[in-house]
Design a protein around this ligand. Structure first.
Ligand code: SF4
Length: 418
């Protein structure tokens, strides 16, 4: 096989990395800047190899070089394009090549950091050592202060996982599938207990490092941006209630910063045990909304699960907060001039900012419906669930056709489902 150039390797390994959802812009629509008018290329292409966006701990959106060290893998996870039985072009960077690429992109101002993952070569420990070496070269030999997100291999020695956290801002260990049965069936080389054990180790190291920092100014940092994970949606028979339950356990037990949901997409040469069709993208979106409800709106996982139907699935035509409100109509209407903050957060159409503004404004005056209208995109969605000085929704929440009244029009749904 002829030697691949760096660009050819980058093409293969950046493309192979795009299936990891841990970067916020992974699903962006492609626009090519090739073939612009008069033979000149256009600008603003989102097709560039390996650049993705993520959010730094301080909330800034940063661009990262998102790449695999290699797409060779000795494991055979059915859903993965890089599995050993997959017929794809393979490539491999050395840790030095990854470090050089990162630095040259960084110096050109293309990126502010690196997202590095890998297929498993030789063994989990060997792969982990290679990932750590790339980060070490950047941090120790070049004093690289940019953001580094390292995927860690749960089967690797805990000491190696720990070393990764000493160089990285964020580490992530993919839980892959929501149920143990799904993992056993679709990722036979992986083990749910091992994955959880690695997450537990990372959690302890993060806590210890934070604690040490309080007492010793120069205590080493350990993954200051925390740990995250990814769950594949729609590759197995797990329903949304299973996924929400699993996410809640992960947040509670391992202090994860984020659980990412990645709608399974059929891959070339797919294994026969996988579904032929991808789940609707709107399902992934509804799961992110339910995740938001648990993290920022005070819903318990049980409450989010209560918004699912008899099949354990969240409705696709309405968001989970509206689904919950329609199911528990007896909770409403809520008086915007008296209801506590945690209850106002349950009103469909009122976000955290709107609720904070309501709380601030009602200290000075009694609020009318018009005041609420100025704080929300759709007062029609809010109206059935609140009372204000001049508004009482007589029997609105009892209407049988309330769901129909509030569900977005079908054309809007198609935008999401594209
Ligand atoms: S371990 Fe599994 S998911 Fe990871 S690269 Fe290998 S085949 Fe893919």
């Amino acid at each position: 096989m002829s030697q691949l150039t760096t660009i050819e390797k980058l093409e293969i390994l950046a493309d192979a990395a795009k299936y990891d959802a841990s970067c916020a812009s992974s699903g962006t629509a492609k626009k090519s800047s090739l073939g612009g008018p008069k033979g000149r290329g256009g600008i603003g292409s989102t097709e560039g190899m390996g650049i993705c966006h993520a959010y730094a701990p301080d909330g800034r959106c940063i661009s990262l070089l998102k790449v695999l060290l290699t797409n060779h893998c000795i494991f055979d996870c059915h859903y993965c394009i890089n599995r050993k039985s997959s017929n794809v072009r393979r490539a491999r960077f050395t840790p030095q090549e990854v470090a050089d690429l990162t630095l040259s992109f960084y110096r050109r101002n293309y990126i502010e950091g690196l997202f590095l993952s890998s297929g498993i070569i030789k063994s989990s420990n060997h792969t982990m050592e290679q990932l750590i070496e790339a980060a070490r070269i950047l941090r120790e030999e070049h004093d690289f202060r940019g953001y580094i997100h390292l995927k860690t291999i749960p089967e690797a020695d805990p000491e190696l996982v720990h070393q990764a956290g000493l160089y990285a801002d964020r580490v992530s260990i993919n839980v892959e599938l929501p149920t143990d049965a799904g993992l056993t069936r679709l990722a036979p080389d992986k083990n749910a207990r091992q994955i959880e054990g690695a997450m537990k180790g990372v959690k302890s190291s993060i806590i210890e490092a934070k604690d040490a920092k309080k007492h010793f100014k120069h205590a080493p940092r350990f993954a200051p941006a925390g740990q995250s994970t990814q769950m594949i949606v729609g590759a197995d028979s797990a329903n949304d209630a299973d996924i929400v339950g699993k996410a809640s356990v992960l947040y509670g037990s391992f202090g994860l910063r984020r659980v990412y949901y990645s709608a399974f997409s059929p891959i070339p040469d797919a294994s026969a045990v996988l579904p032929l069709k991808r789940p609707p993208l709107i399902r992934e979106h509804r799961l992110y909304q339910s995740d938001w409800l648990m993290r920022f709106y005070g819903y318990s996982s049980g409450e989010v699960m209560a918004a699912t139907g008899a099949d354990g699935m969240l409705p696709l035509d309405i968001d989970p907060k509206l689904a919950w409100a329609l199911k528990f109509r007896e909770t409403f209407p809520l008086d915007v001039n008296r209801a506590p903050r945690e209850m106002l957060l349950r009103v469909p159409g009122l976000g955290v900012t709107a609720v904070n503004r309501i709380i601030a404004a009602r200290r000075h005056r009694v609020l009318r419906l018009e005041d609420i209208g100025k704080l929300t995109v759709s007062i029609a969605k809010v109206r059935p669930f609140i009372c204000a000085l001049d508004w009482r929704p007589t029997a609105l929440t009892d209407r049988a056709d309330l769901r129909k009244m509030l569900a977005p029009k079908q054309e809007q749904l198609e935008l999401f489902a594209a």
